[in-house]
Design a protein around this ligand. Sequence first.
Ligand code: F6R
Length: 365
Amino acid sequence: DKGEYRHFMLKEIHEQPRVIQATMEGRITDSRVLEQALGTEAGSLLDDVRHVQIIACGTSYHAGMVARYWIEELAGIPCSVEVASEFRYRHHVIQPDTLFLCISQSGETADTLAALRQAKDAGFRAALAICNVPGSSLVRESDLVIMTQAGPEIGVASTKAFTTQLVALLLFTLALGRHNGLSEKREADIVAALHRLPGQVADALALDGKIAELSKAFMDKNHSLFLGRGAMFPVALEGALKLKEISYIHAEAYPAGELKHGPLALVDSEMPVVTVAPNDELLEKLKSNLEEVRARGGELFVFADGGAELQDQPGIHVLQIPEVHPITAPIVYTLPLQLLSYHVAVLKGTDVDQPRNLAKSVTVE
Ligand code: F6R
């Protein structure tokens, strides 16, 4: 039931404050992650993990890419991320002390399951699943499971599943960090940021009207570019995927530093450029990338936090996002990009909930 909403996708976008809260429920205190809430054996399993191998497809893969930044920063453990369809068809090396982490909304994605089954034969420390469907094949075949509490996701374009995957991945990272020198102070700081998250996500949703306005600039375009740095690069990838999937506008994402290594040649007034730029240490670098785009007549859409001191000016549209903790920023910044793709698709009149050529769950190769 779509309730008051015109599409399931919009309904699911608006459910995010609640389902993010539900995904943290019972798993954190005021200042700590409750490791036992991740499974009774979580502690002993996490103790010997020396490497994390993440496997997923599509949007779930983007969640894994964000997690890599978190895991290496907060737990200091090397982490690799690969799409399942590549991993399963190449010769790979898995070290015995590897935690094999599959991320899947449905838990039935054929390539992800095949990768897990193959890796089992090759040996690893333990398999962790981050999944939204209880009783799915992935859940049944994993040693440790963190369920996202997104509830059924009907829209083919994944929204609430992605942000709840990120929450589950951050909880996991904090637990892993505790076994690997993450200070109590840092953990408490990030848990406090998690407590603020549902409210901040609701604030981001309040930008809906402004985003609907911006979306008009994309309606008649054939191409677009999404830029981000650090953990915001996968957020840019996810924003581009959403736009392609439901509006059929070609969208590509680049880590902003790669711009001058090729894609800058594409930029002109017909190519809107979207940038996700929280006010973190990379912002100064990103500002010079923005100048490169503007100098070539590109129209820029910048999602930045209030402290970023970026102003609307000719060729630059700035949409201010409430200030957020740098670690939780990828979660909050995902929402305006979801809304942007939604509004562009509605303007174009595409089938938002059931885009052409796509299925919700890819259970065949
Ligand atoms: C994109 C989307 C797909 C899925 C992918 C993996 O909006 O929904 O890219 O993310 O097919 O599906 P799961 O997560 O079910 O394994």
